[in-house]
Design a protein around this ligand. Structure first.
Ligand code: GLY
Length: 438
């Protein structure tokens, strides 16, 4: 019997729980999170509610349960040192310690690390500690095309891009000044043009094992319109590459992550044990790094874990022991499409606390609960992404049809994007990359 403490209560943790339970080992899940996820509730032996930004309750639960290891899902507790707090109790986590979790929580740390160790993929960038010369850098060095990154976890809202969120250099300078007032540091960097993709790797601090590449869709509405969200849906291909990538692109992303893993240890003396998730972009000059995250992507995790063939508990133990190189990590050659259902008005003015009804989900489609709470009388949304459906098939086309066929099983004040994973949207991306590369 393996007892695993699972921190977090979203769709990411629902699919983590499901995949741990698929192990050949007998697995008991002790769940800890801010709300009662109906999916995790069905899989867990014990489910405790509590804060994930303070660790007293979590530590109390860990002392009582003495788990074999912990899996920490969300970014905030990882950045705040949940793995360090549990290690004080001699409980190891599949999640990095705070010092190496800076790979996600400090944008300047990561840019400086790649620059210092000559790792490819960095843009032209500069870290500013005061407002002097920001305008000159944007105008003269970046030619007016720029990205401003707040130096901390901002729930995906800290990064602003010229031409998308910032209409002029004036606005960029002003936003950079706001960031400086909040955190004392801001990163200004070159804007890349191309197609983004996520490449997540299991990482034991020395060795990495890549997962299939995934493309997420950040904008709220069809046609990539509307405000940025946590991610409205995502797809992956049976080849484990993506239709707009060329041979060698995935290898380039893997190489950047491998070099970053080794540099991180050399720089800090601490092994990164967990999920190293690179947000990459393929450009006319090859593969570049947008950012690293220190956890599974959401929704991307729902594209990869359901097709994981290798025993997930064995992978977690190999991450902790540092012998990931001894394990063959394999995924089925299947395509997947994930579509999120979100509350009306999401992300800017979402309806809060509305009830949803879950009808019959078509056979073969996976359903994962996200920001919903199981209460007496039913399932209630919070104000964020509510339920995800994942279609799995031999082609993206079939996987899309499968996921789309399940959306009507949720009723309530909700909406979703209809275009994620469709032939038309994927073709647009292939055409865009052809044009950029020509
Ligand atoms: N897919 C976006 C994120 O997990 O941050």
């Amino acid at each position: 019997m393996k007892k695993i403490l699972l921190v977090g209560s979203g769709a990411r943790e629902h699919v983590i729980a499901e995949t741990l339970k698929r192990s050949k080992e007998d697995v008991s899940i002790i769940a800890y999170g801010r709300s009662k996820n109906p999916g995790i509730l069905k899989l867990a032996t014990r489910y405790e509610l509590g804060p994930v930004d303070k660790f007293e309750d979590l530590k109390k639960l860990a002392v009582e349960e003495k788990p074999d290891f912990a899996f920490i899902g969300p970014d905030n507790p990882i950045a705040d040192g949940a793995a360090d707090a549990l290690l004080d109790l001699e409980i190891h986590s599949v999640a990095p310690l705070q010092t190496v979790a800076r790979l996600e929580s400090s944008k300047s740390f990561t840019r400086d690390l790649l620059a210092k160790y000559n790792i490819p993929g960095n843009p032209k960038f500069k870290v500013f500690f005061d407002e002097d010369n920001i305008r000159e850098f944007i105008e003269n060095d970046l030619g007016g095309e720029y990205v401003v990154k707040a130096d901390g976890l901002m729930g995906g809202k800290g990064v602003k891009v010229s031409g998308e969120h910032l209409a002029s250099i004036e606005e960029g300078v002003k936003y950079a000044a706001d960031c400086l007032h909040k955190t004392g540091r801001v990163v200004i960097e070159e804007k890349f043009v191309g197609q983004e993709f996520s490449l997540m790797c299991f990482c034991d601090g020395e060795n990495i094992a890549p997962m299939p590449a995934v493309q997420d869709h950040k904008r709220a509405f069809d046609g990539d319109k509307g405000p940025n969200t946590g991610g409205m849906g995502s797809y992956s291909d049976a080849s484990h590459s993506l239709p707009f990538l060329k041979p060698g692109d995935i290898d380039a992303a893997i190489d950047i992550t491998k070099q970053t893993t080794l540099a991180l240890f050399e720089e800090t003396g601490v092994l990164f044990k967990g999920i190293m998730y690179g947000g990459f972009i393929v450009t006319k000059n090859g593969v570049k790094l947008i950012e690293y995250n220190a956890r599974f992507g959401d929704p991307e995790v729902m594209n990869v874990l359901p097709i994981l063939k290798t025993d997930f508990v064995e992978i977690c133990e190999a991450i902790i022991k540092g012998n990931l190189n001894k394990l063959k990590v394999e995924f089925e050659n299947k395509a997947t499409v994930c579509k999120y259902i979100v509350p009306e008005g999401y992300p800017e003015n979402p309806v809060k606390g509305a009830k949803i009804e879950v009808g019959n989900v078509p056979e073969g489609v996976k359903m994962y609960y996200s920001s919903v709470d199981q209460k007496e009388g039913g399932i209630y949304m919070s104000s964020s992404r509510a339920v995800a459906f994942v279609g799995i098939a031999d082609t993206i086309h079939e996987a899309e049809k499968s996921a789309a066929g399940a959306l009507a099983s949720i009723s309530g004040p909700v909406f979703y994007r209809t275009d994620i994973g469709t032939d038309a949207l994927i073709q647009q991306r292939i055409e865009m990359m052809k044009k950029i590369r020509s």
